[in-house]
Ligand binder design. Structure first.
Ligand code: ADP
Length: 273
């Protein structure tokens, strides 16, 4: 293990944490309250330690489907955006009550791709994050699903929250992005299909060969599988940032990651010396 790179994680001050839908929902389509509760506990405690924490949370559509008692996602865009609208407020309501138990204030930040394409929008977003962090608030970020569209002349969609979390880590100059998924890290093949799959403990470059190992989507709710996670890691490495991909089964794993333990896959430009 590259001790220096893992040790460097103990110094991280500003941390972005991304949770996938599969982390906060049960496969049966209901909300995993235990996980949300633990997540609120861990992030509030990090905040108390003096870390600056930003949460990027998926799950609006999943929660919306549950709230509207729909068994599967509707096909049309207006219907999907309506589901996201219901789910987003329900999700924030849940986060609010869990974080409230720990005395932690949260703020909702809904973003569109404009922060990538328009410098003024980006600056405005950066200033908002700075203000929230200065006020010790934990921003909870999601794509603005209810308005973001894929139009050719004005594309406002990020595509996926893995990308969004990497962009948020970039514009806020975060020291670390922790991506929690339903898998222990990035493997040389899909471990759900082949038990002999080997975990990569550390990755320094994102290559076409690595992309070839990132199979299809695994979970019922998962959107991007490993491809979008590698895209995010590439974005992070380009700006010499660090990213850890780990299993969100037990959110207290975040404590272990920032204690420098060998958990999940660490994407870092720092080579072992
Ligand atoms: P999330 O909802 O957390 O964003 P996804 O379901 O989109 O997660 O992606 C994680 C899934 O990617 C895993 O459950 C696994 O089935 C699949 N996968 C495909 N190839 C790999 C690989 N090489 N290493 C790890 N997981 C892989």
């Amino acid at each position: 293990m590259n001790k220096t790179a893992r040790q460097a994680l103990t110094l991280c001050k500003r941390i972005v944490i991304k949770v996938g839908t599969s982390t906060i929902m049960y496969p049966n389509g209901t909300v995993n309250l235990q996980r949300l509760e633990k997540l609120a506990f861990v992030l509030s405690d990090l905040r108390n330690q003096g870390k600056e924490v930003i949460l990027v949370s998926s799950g609006a559509v999943g929660v919306g489907l549950h709230r509207l008692k729909l068994l599967e996602a509707p096909k049309t865009i207006p219907e999907q955006q309506a589901v996201a609208s219901v789910g987003q407020s329900e999700l924030m309501n849940l986060y609010s009550s869990f974080f409230f138990n720990y005395g932690q204030v949260i703020g909702q930040v809904l973003m569109t791709r404009d922060i990538v394409d328009f410098p003024e929008s980006r600056l405005n977003a950066i200033n908002t994050f700075e203000q929230l962090l200065m006020k010790k608030v934990i921003p909870i970020v999601n794509e603005n699903d209810t308005v973001a569209v894929d139009e050719l002349d004005h594309e406002t969609k990020f595509g996926d929250n893995d990308q969004l979390s990497a962009i948020v880590a970039g514009i806020t100059e975060a020291d670390l992005l922790i991506m929690l998924s339903d898998i222990d890290g990035f493997y040389d093949r899909n471990p759900n299909e082949d038990k002999k799959a080997q975990l990569f403990h550390e990755v320094h470059h994102i290559t076409p060969e690595l992309f070839a190992l990132a199979g299809g989507v695994g979970s019922k709710f998962g959107t991007g599988g490993m491809i979008t996670k590698l895209n995010a890691a590439e974005h992070i490495l380009e700006r010499s940032g660090q990213m850890v991909l780990a299993n969100g089964e037990d959110p207290t794993v975040i404590f272990n990651i920032i204690a420098g333990e060998d958990i999940g896959t660490l994407f870092t430009a720092k080579q072992a010396n």
